[in-house]
Ligand binder design. Sequence first.
Ligand SMILES: Cc1cc2nc3c(=O)[nH]c(=O)nc-3n(C[C@H](O)[C@H](O)[C@H](O)COP(=O)(O)O)c2cc1C
Length: 177
Amino acid sequence: MAVVHIIYHSVKGHTERLAEAIAEGVQATGGCSCRLIPVAEAREEHVRNCQGLLLGCPTYMGNVSAPMKKFIDEVISPVWMKGGIPGTVGSAFTSSGTIHGDKEFALLALLIPLFQLGMTLVSLPPMAIPENKDLGYSHGVGTSVLGRHPNLIPPEDLAVARALGKRVAETARRLHG
Ligand SMILES: Cc1cc2nc3c(=O)[nH]c(=O)nc-3n(C[C@H](O)[C@H](O)[C@H](O)COP(=O)(O)O)c2cc1C
């Protein structure tokens, strides 16, 4: 059984909805289990005791949100100092208020610490993943809030989130299952 942990920060629920859709993708993959962990509750054991790990937060000023940065500095960096978690499969997700919103910078800021841990990061090549042919981020998932309620996130974005969960889970199972 490959275990996937999704650690996320969300104030209004949009990033949380993406996290739930990613979890649906993980759970649809046989031989994988998934746990959603709010960043305030995330500890070192949650980083270590899994074969797949995704980080997600809202885009704040083109970067990660402060609670996610606190988690990266206080929980991820001690794991890094002790040699990281080489081979654990990972990716990232975010939401922003506007259509672009500098989401890509937030995604990269989430991915760099995962690279530093020695993780194996999966991508979502738009030409190979049909769900991602229009949204088109290759290095994670993002959705644009545009004043919408979290329940009104476009189904296409949720489909990409499910595809990402499936891809992380399948890769984790192949490498570690
Ligand atoms: C401090 C702060 C900074 C923000 N910076 C950006 C930004 O750079 N770009 C953007 O499009 N939206 C920005 N927003 C809007 C948030 O990205 C948006 O509210 C968030 O995606 C909602 O996610 P949540 O529902 O998971 O809390 C900002 C919001 C706050 C509170």
